[in-house]
Design a protein around this ligand. Structure first.
Ligand code: APR
Length: 256
């Protein structure tokens, strides 16, 4: 384990109220492309068309074709990787107050994490824009085979994933809770985020301003690197697996 990972392990070991803040980078090794960077989704698909609520309301099939052709194939295969599993293990130690995620893939919950604050929603939940009826993603996988955009069986309204599009506000209760745990934590661990989208990217700053140590584990540099106590530009799954494995080993040794 490298020196940075050893430092990360020591800081996690001495933390009492750790918050993990995750972005697309933690799911990259589960086969879900990130939004920015070399092979970013937004390099190929214009987010003002594919992820903007105004365009969705005008032309929902534009998004749903993207969902069917681009998102479905990866979502159907995606499984949690060692990074998700390490954070789920950390939650069992009561050290982890919460995972704040920008991701909509639901992989933290599938990995076993319970206290997950989904700032941008979850694409495995789909709702009717007219009556609010909720649908599971398996139902929608079947619907979109013959119906684009998929429509509500109750009121024929257009269905939309329960995710925050550009032009929509974040779920207020989730954001309030994310702000509260960020302000209260003693260690804020950013994992796999470019930290360029607001208001999510303000949470690490709030944590730091309230006395927490800030750790950034991200392959590329971020605008907040300069204010972090530790920056590791490496793979999230490799480092988190190493750190959590080492913590588990020390916990076992201290009990013997
Ligand atoms: N390990 C660690 N970091 C990684 C890995 C990896 N294996 N692979 C990629 N990364 C890093 C990249 O260096 C990049 O900086 O993950 C980051 C992902 O950044 P983005 O693609 O911008 O994703 P994110 O920060 O989650 O985007 C925030 O933007 O479009 C909106 O709603 C969308 O939630 C998303 C938000």
């Amino acid at each position: 384990m490298g020196n940075d990972a050893l430092t990360l392990k020591a800081m996690v070991a001495s933390a009492a109220r750790l918050v993990a803040f995750t972005g697309a980078g933690i799911s990259a090794e589960s086969g879900i492309p990130t939004y920015r960077g070399a092979d970013g989704v937004w390099n190929k698909y214009d987010p003002s068309k594919y992820a903007d609520i105004r365009y969705f309301r005008e032309e929902p099939s534009y998004y749903w074709n993207f969902f069917k052709d681009v998102r479905c194939p990866v979502l159907k295969k995606a499984q949690p990787n060692k990074g998700h599993l390490a954070l789920a293990k950390l939650e069992e130690t009561d050290k982890l107050s919460a995972i704040i995620t920008q991701n909509i893939d639901g992989l933290h919950q599938i990995a076993g994490s319970n206290r997950v604050l989904e700032l941008h929603g979850n694409t495995r939940r789909i709702l009717c824009l007219e009556c609010g009826e909720l649908y599971g993603i398996e139902t929608v996988y079947r619907l979109i085979e013959t119906q684009l955009p998929p429509r509500c069986s109750k009121c024929d309204g257009v269905l939309k994933p329960d995710v925050v599009f550009f032009g929509e506000s974040l779920p207020p209760t989730v954001l309030d809770e994310a702000i509260s745990v960020s302000r209260d934590c003693d260690l804020f661990l950013v994992v796999g985020s470019s930290l360029v989208v607001q208001p999510a990217a303000s949470l690490p700053v709030m944590a730091k301003e309230n006395g927490a140590k800030l750790l950034i584990l991200n392959k590329d540099a971020t605008p907040l690197d300069r204010m972090a106590d530790l920056v590791i530009h490496e793979s999230a799954s490799v480092v988190l697996d190493q750190v959590c494995g080492a913590l588990e080993k020390s916990a076992i040794q201290s009990q013997t």
